[in-house]
Design a protein around this ligand. Structure first.
Ligand code: FES
Ligand code: FES
Length: 178
């Protein structure tokens, strides 16, 4: 009987064709063909081999996957790559200028603002977005506006100190978009 029921079931629909998606990633135009459900995070990590951006929760709760899209910070696990078609994406790999680190990267090193370092790329991209937004002036505001980025090691005081320094040095230029 079970076999009969199975044979009466309609055949499963074929998987949808990959769709073309073009992203400008760290200043380079990248043409991809992706399953429609591919997140921006997976497109970066699995299809472009940009593994600096980390997958923590994959549910929008930890901020490890934060990148900049058109200069604004976004959780790459919460958006489909296709939704960002044609946009400019900056990952942690794109924040350097030649061999020179971004002021935030220098400041994170100087202030020892990471321990395991897993959350660090997301923290730095988020901080770049925060500085570009220009809303934070106090340590409390930095903490509040960075609250979407979790650090299991608890390096928060050093992260705030590093951001504070980068704000002073780089001002709005810390946006990070190439
Ligand atoms: S991996 Fe995207 S928010 Fe945690
Ligand atoms: S440095 Fe380890 S999670 Fe932040």
């Amino acid at each position: 009987m079970a076999q009969l029921n199975a044979s009466l079931r309609p055949a499963p629909a074929p998987p949808p064709e990959p769709i073309p998606v073009t992203l400008n990633v760290n200043g380079v135009e990248r043409a991809l063909h992706l399953a429609p459900w591919t997140t921006l995070l997976d497109a970066l990590r699995l299809h472009l081999d940009l593994t600096g951006t980390k997958k923590g929760c994959d549910h929008g709760q930890c901020g490890a996957c934060t990148v900049l899209v058109d200069g604004r910070r976004i959780n790459a696990c919460l958006t489909l790559a296709a939704m960002q078609d044609g946009r400019k994406v900056t990952t942690i790999e794109g924040l350097t200028t030649g061999d020179a680190l971004h002021p935030l990267q220098d400041a994170f090193i100087e202030h020892d603002a990471f321990q395991c370092g897993y959350c660090t790329p997301g923290q730095i991209c988020s901080a770049a977005g925060l500085i570009a937004e220009g809303k934070a002036t106090t340590d409390d505001e930095i903490r509040e506006l960075m609250s979407g980025n979790l650090c299991r090691c608890g390096a928060y005081p050093n992260i705030v100190a590093a951001i504070r320094q980068a704000m002073t040095i780089a001002g709005p230029k810390a946006e990070g978009a190439p």
